[in-house]
Ligand binder design. Sequence first.
Ligand SMILES: NC(=O)c1ccc[n+]([C@@H]2O[C@H](COP(=O)([O-])OP(=O)(O)OC[C@H]3O[C@@H](n4cnc5c(N)ncnc54)[C@H](OP(=O)(O)O)[C@@H]3O)[C@@H](O)[C@H]2O)c1
Length: 280
Amino acid sequence: MLNAVPQLTLNDGLRLPAVGFGTYKLNGTEGVNAMKKAVAIGYRLLDSAFNYENEGAVGEAVKQCGLPREELLVTSKLPGRHHRYAEALATVEESLYRAGLDYCDLYLIHWPNPKEDLYVEAWQAMIEAKKRGYVRSIGVCNFLPHHLERLILETGVTPSVNQVELYPYFSQTEQLAWDNAHGIVTESWSPLGRGNRVLEEPIIRAIAEKHGKSPSQVILRWHTQLGALPIPKAVSPAHQQENLDLFGFSLTQEEMKQIDSLTRPDGRTKNQDPDVYEEF
Ligand SMILES: NC(=O)c1ccc[n+]([C@@H]2O[C@H](COP(=O)([O-])OP(=O)(O)OC[C@H]3O[C@@H](n4cnc5c(N)ncnc54)[C@H](OP(=O)(O)O)[C@@H]3O)[C@@H](O)[C@H]2O)c1
């Protein structure tokens, strides 16, 4: 039997489960079926984006899963091509129409795209979207401390969430500390490094063996003990089940440090430095 999933409280009071479900590449009927399976075994937070072109599938899974809407938490994200205020608000509305939902629980600016320099305007639109009741909480993805500082300084509103690339080869210690110090919950995207060779790391395999757990479970438990909220994606029902079963064991401080030691400056999966990389 699964141990209950703990909850994290955002700076505006919304509560999120300590692990969510990634949906990148889960599209169409197959995507709906994968999401319904995930919800059936206990996932409650579904992470989507306008650019994943699957808000329709997410909305359909919410409708078909048999749970009351208020028991599920749906995230979507604003694409870089729509940072201008009016376009950003229309995009949030479009997300709701696509999903067939009255509101999103969490809406995030997907990338800062600093060369365009429109992310403060996009943030003003997020603030308005929350006021209008389109979304319950607002946040960002891939924002570095200096991007966040500008949002806070220029609007007075601190994001509730910063979703960043975080996994053992790129452990984001400083970003996590900055977010924590400012009351921002850090979500980890690609928390398993997209299933790359991190799952084969001898350090992780040894810890997994000691606890009678899988490498993925050890990695995801490491995220939760860091205070980050991982959103692993899995089509395989066995993976889905494993990735939710994280709360019946704990890593020691020494094991946490051993995993931390795997981090490296070039550890990003696709070299997407938010100060340089832009996505539209
Ligand atoms: N904000 C952003 O800029 C951003 C960027 C990237 C991703 N994201 C979000 O983060 C979510 C997660 O990231 P991701 O999809 O890139 O990668 P990920 O969750 O790190 O890895 C997914 C891969 O790992 C495999 N896997 C999952 N559980 C496993 C397990 N227990 N054992 C072995 N393999 C396992 C999956 O296989 P199967 O599917 O075959 O089970 C899949 O191939 C995305 O889906 C998306 O929602 C956000």
